[in-house]
Every structure is written in structure tokens, then in C-alpha cells.
Write a protein that binds this ligand. Structure first.
Ligand code: F6R
Length: 609
């Protein structure tokens, strides 16, 4: 969370900083700010609103500069306000920061005792004053930043500029992402590549503990102890279109409709082949998967829901015991480690602090068989795991996860098949059948997307409701959970999900004519059981909205609305059934007029606990 941009170039860098922030707004959007050297003087502008407000402040000032830093914030320490917005300053120097400094109170108390006065409630201001204090001892800016960061506990990516040293900007990272952009006319740094595509494709990923000096004519990188280090320059293949809205109104809408392509890209390795190979998870995967006796999947939020679907698949197809746990719970729980367990972590961003910590925790307990399923190849989680599978969803900008979820499901389906094969539980016939279904998945998803006009009509009815219940059974229960999460996240309608069989054990008390009940009704082995549960709802006056596969034979009647899905899609049916729920949330949010891509209080990558 929080996005930072740093630039030093022969061109006016103010528009570059602002455009970079626009691209990073998904990381946090409760305030924004920048600090630049304008005619040699530090000018700081901050706004408690969005980047657009900051841009008009910069316009009004006709700000021009060749060096500067900028920030878009997701509040951790201190309420969202102009006073707490970054950059934070200390006599001629300015700092932007992404992350959390765990020992900031000790540093702050120490600096206050030395006479420093704090203006904000942030941990970042402690970095600014500590840096100022280091500079007073006579060391140069680069060394002062190195000494400062060595005293920080926690996670940070920072950018620093000073009036006294106008020909270089300093950046550093530990725990929070940061990369350099090597431009034709100068040097840049940002929290992710999307912010830098406007100026360069040449990027350098900094490692934890790295410190870099950016100058007009180049850069240098050192380790935390000051030793110079070379970091490879990569040519980013990210296309500028991938991060543009194009014909869509919102990123969420664009990303929902990109799902057929995202799935096709993710499943490219099985496009031609007639068999599944464990090697798609890494060179040592064949051995690792064959030796796996149990699977433990750790994740948060939407990624956790994909893991829950996988549990049904892994146990029923590969016949391997599978446990799924919320990463933030697992990391602090006393659990019984087992070296024969394959630990799978799932994360769209690869940055989620709880998931990363859970992975490290599992490793510290001696579980060395680890696999990351992730959408960001260079992320911390990918680097921490022994095996990896990169979903190829492309950048997901909307805060509500959509295409990342369905591509995670595709990856988990491949993992299920690879495990089943390594354990001799996949017949050649089943392998062909599952792979064919996977290959056709993009087309099947595209067909479901055609249901949008009907879902739009349902959303009109929904938007006036205060609450909603989502029901599913078996491998579609996690899809009900995901539907409820999507609805509350972007439309702010309170929604809960239940395994349909649980309804009568308590939640049925909530059902009356004001409570819409959304049911996922695939034509699978649990359909008759689900129908009984739906009767229980109808008998109490609850209004039913049913997503029913062709063949489900649930008749439309007073209070029972049916949306007909295509034919039942077997094991992969959860991938199809989540699509209308994504669309329902999107359209309910549109009717309610909420900020679809940037729902209140949330941010895209949750890099704090
Ligand atoms: C909800 C959503 C979140 C994320 C969660 C984990 O739409 O996007 O629940 O799924 O914060 O994020 P990742 O997958 O990046 O670890």
C-alpha cells in the first residue's frame, strides 16, 4: 500500500510524478503529495484527496522541476489528512515512504528529546528528522540515508530529495517494492513498473536492503553495509495498454472482460500438449510433488477463496489431504509442522504482508516444499518460495480482484492434475478430459460474460437493499463467499455467505422479504440438496436470485428469479459461476454510485499486517 515515485531528469519531471501517481493510485488513495526543487527551492504540495486534486494544485503553481518525489497514501499511522500526507520534511529535506516503521515511537521520542518538533502523526516524519540529524554529523546525503535506514525496523521503500544536494535523489527499500527506471534523459524510481512505462521500459529491481543514488547521468546501488552491487537491467514487457482503461468505464469492468484472455494466457503451456507436466511449477517440482503427502494452502481474501475451491479439487481428484488457512491466522498459531507437506501460498500481488510472513513462518518450521502462485513474477512471495507458478492475468488495477481470482483457479486446477498424475491417480482418459475442459475455459467464460444485460437488471433491484445472503454447496460454497466479498467491498451492501446446508442452523432467522438470497445452483451432484435449502428460504418469504446451470430445472415463480447459465462445466464450474457474481457487484456498485475501482478504506496490495 502507498505508492511512491522519484525522478531526476533534464525534462520537467512534475508531469511524470503526477502521471506516475495516477498509475499507483490503486495502492492507496486517501491523500497525495509531492516535493520538488523549483528554482532551487523545495516546494511541497499535499492534498487530502486524490491525485487529481494534487495535479490542479501543481497546475495553479505552474510548478516546474528537474528533481522530485511524490506519494499516494493509504493511511496506517494517522488519519488521512493533509497534515499526515507525504512528503514529510525536515529543514530542506523531504521524504516519501511506503511501509511501516515498527520502532518509530522510540526514534521519535529520541528525536523529540533532541529538540525536533513533529507536525504529523506518521511514522515517516521520524525518518525525515532522523535523516536530518544524521546529516548534521557531517556525512553526505547517501551515507546519511544508509545510516538512517540501518536504524529502521519494519518495512520501507523511501525516496529522498534535499535542497542542499540538488543533483541526486536517494531511494532505498526493505520489504516494500521499489524499482528503478533507466531513462534516456534521467533516472526514475517507483513502486511498480506501470508508473514508469511513460518514460522507460528499462527497469532495475532493487533487492531488500538496497540503497540507490539517482543522478542525471546514471545511478549506483549499494547493499545495506555500503558495498557496491550490480543489479541487472530488465526490459519490461508490460504494455502501456495493459494499464490503460481503453473503452471501459472502470478497471474492474475491463478486468472482468479480460478474463477469457487472461485465462488463455495463463493456460498457454497446455494449449497444444496432450499431457500435464509437473515441471510447469519449476524444475524440482516433479520430485517435490511426488513426495507430497499433504497440501497446506495459505492466502488472504479473494486468494483464500481460490484456495478453498482447490481443497475440493485436490482431495477429490488427487486424493491428497488438503488444508486451507487464512495466512494471518496461520502465522501466529501454534501448528504441527510436517516436512512432507507442500505449502502453497496464493497471492495476486505477491506483496501481501500476512501471506509472505505465513510462508516464512512455514519455512522456519522446517517445511521446505513451498510453491507460490502469483501474478507478479518479481514479487517478494515468488522469490521466497522454492517453486512458482506465475498467473498471466496482466496488471490488475481495480481494488476488487477478478481476473486474478479466475487465473488462480486455473493454476490450482493445473496443480491438482499435476499432483494427481505424480501420485498415479490420473488416468490418461481423465487427463485428456480435464485438459480439454481447461483449454475451452476461455470460450466458456466469454459465453457467461454475455449474460451481463440480465445481471444489470438484477443489480437495479439489489442496489436498494441493505443486506444479502449468498448460498452455495461443495466447491461452489467458496464462490458464494467470493460473491459476498465482492458485493460488500464495492457496493457497501452488507453480505454474508453460507454453505447452503448451514442455513437452518441459524442464519435462516435473518430471512424475510427484505433479504435477497443469491444461490449458486450448478447442475451437479448436490443440486437436489440445494433445492431443498432454497425451499426453506422461499417458505420464509425470502426472495431468491438463482444462478442455475442449464439442466438445473428450477422453475421461475413469484419471488424466485432464475438466470440461466450455460451447460454445467464439471470440475471447473466454479470458474464460470464466479463471473455473474463479479458482474452483479459491479453493476450494483454502479447504481449506488460508489467508487468502483477505489472502494473506501481499501487498497490493492496489503503490505501491512
Ligand atoms: C478482494 C481482494 C483482496 C485480496 C487480498 C489478498 O477483492 O482483492 O481480498 O485478495 O488482499 O491479496 P493478494 O492476492 O495480493 O495476496
Amino acid at each position: 500500500m502507498c505508492g511512491i515515485v522519484t525522478a531526476i531528469a533534464t525534462r520537467n519531471i512534475v508531469p511524470v510524478l503526477l502521471e506516475g501517481l495516477r498509475k499507483l493510485e490503486y495502492r492507496g488513495y486517501d491523500s497525495a503529495g509531492l516535493a520538488v526543487l523549483h528554482n532551487g527551492e523545495m516546494v511541497r504540495l499535499r492534498s487530502a484527496g486524490r491525485v487529481a486534486e494534487l495535479a490542479s494544485l501543481a497546475d495553479n503553481r505552474q510548478l516546474q522541476a528537474n528533481i522530485g518525489i511524490a506519494h499516494t497514501r493509504w493511511a496506517t499511522h494517522g488519519v488521512p489528512s493533509e497534515r499526515n500526507a507525504h512528503p514529510h520534511v525536515s529543514a530542506g529535506l523531504a521524504v516519501v515512504h511506503n511501509g511501516i516503521i515498527e520502532n518509530f515511537e522510540t526514534i521519535k521520542a529520541d528525536l523529540q528529546a533532541k529538540g525536533y518538533v513533529f507536525e504529523s502523526d506518521t511514522d515517516t516524519e521520524a525518518i525525515a528528522h532522523l535523516l536530518h540529524h544524521k546529516l548534521q554529523s557531517g556525512v553526505d546525503l547517501f551515507e546519511a540515508v544508509r545510516l538512517t535506514t540501518n536504524e529502521l525496523l519494519g518495512a520501507y521503500a523511501i525516496g529522498v530529495v534535499t535542497e542542499a544536494d540538488p543533483f541526486r535523489a536517494i531511494v532505498a527499500r526493505r520489504g516494500s517494492p521499489l524499482l528503478l527506471g533507466v531513462g534516456e534523459d534521467g533516472m526514475y524510481a517507483a513502486s511498480d513498473t506501470a508508473a514508469l512505462l511513460q518514460v522507460t521500459r528499462k527497469v532495475v529491481y532493487l533487492e531488500d536492503g538496497d540503497l540507490a543514488e539517482l543522478r542525471l547521468d546514471g545511478y549506483k546501488v549499494v547493499l545495506a553495509d555500503g558495498t557496491p552491487v550490480e543489479r541487472e537491467v530488465h526490459l519490461s514487457s508490460l504494455s502501456a495498454d495493459a494499464v490503460e482503461l481503453g473503452k471501459y468505464r472502470h478497471y474492474m469492468q475491463k478486468e472482468i472482460f479480460e478474463q477469457p484472455q487472461a485465462l488463455a494466457n495463463t493456460l498457454e503451456m497446455i494449449a497444444g500438449g496432450g499431457s500435464i507436466s509437473a515441471q510447469i511449477f519449476g524444475v524440482s517440482a516433479t520430485e517435490s510433488l511426488a513426495a507430497t503427502r499433504r497440501v497446506l494452502v495459505l492466502a488472504c481474501g479473494t486468494s483464500y477463496h481460490s484456495a478453498l475451491v482447490a481443497r475440493y479439487w485436490i482431495e477429490s481428484i488427487a486424493k491428497i489431504p488438503c488444508t486451507v488457512e487464512i495466512a494471518s491466522e496461520y502465522r501466529y498459531r501454534e501448528s504441527v509442522p510436517d516436512p512432507e507437506t507442500l505449502v502453497v501460498v496464493i497471492s495476486q500481488s505477491g506483496e501481501t504482508a500476512d501471506t509472505l510472513a505465513a510462508l516464512k513462518h512455514a519455512k522456519s518450521l522446517g517445511m521446505s516444499k513451498t510453491l507460490a502462485i502469483c501474478n507478479v513474477p518479481e514479487s517478494a512471495i515468488v522469490r521466497e518460495a522454492a517453486l512458482r507458478f506465475i498467473t498471466r492475468a496482466g496488471p490488475e488495477i481495480g481494488v476488487a480482484s477478478t481476473k486474478a481470482f479466475t487465473t488462480q483457479l486455473a493454476a490450482l486446477a493445473l496443480l491438482t492434475l499435476a499432483l494427481a498424475k505424480q501420485h498415479g491417480r490420473l488416468s490418461a482418459e481423465d487427463e485428456t478430459r480435464y485438459l480439454t475442459a481447461l483449454r475451452h475455459l476461455p470460450v466458456a467464460v466469454a459465453k457467461v460474460l454475455e449474460l451481463e444485460p440480465q445481471i444489470e437488471q438484477w443489480a437495479q433491484k439489489f442496489s436498494g437493499k441493505q443486506h444479502a445472503l449468498f448460498l452455495g454447496r461443495g466447491r461452489h460454497w467458496p464462490i458464494a463467499m467470493e460473491g459476498a466479498l465482492k458485493l460488500k467491498e464495492i457496493s457497501y451492501i452488507h453480505a454474508e455467505s453460507y454453505a447452503a446446508g448451514e442455513l437452518k442452523h441459524g442464519p435462516l432467522a435473518l430471512v424475510d422479504k427484505e433479504m435477497p438470497v443469491i444461490a449458486i445452483a450448478p447442475a451437479d451432484e448436490l443440486l437436489e440438496k440445494l433445492k431443498s435449502n432454497l425451499q426453506e428460504v422461499r417458505a420464509r418469504g425470502g426472495e431468491l436470485y438463482v444462478f442455475a446451470d442449464a439442466g438445473s430445472e428450477i422453475p421461475e415463480s413469484e419471488g424466485v428469479h432464475i438466470l440461466h447459465m450455460p451447460e454445467h462445466y464439471g470440475m471447473l464450474s466454479p470458474v464460470l459461476h464466479v463471473i455473474p457474481l463479479q458482474l452483479l457487484s459491479y453493476h450494483a456498485a454502479l447504481v449506488k454510485g460508489t467508487d468502483v475501482d477505489k472502494p473506501r478504506n481499501l487498497a490493492k496490495s496489503v503490505t501491512v499486517e
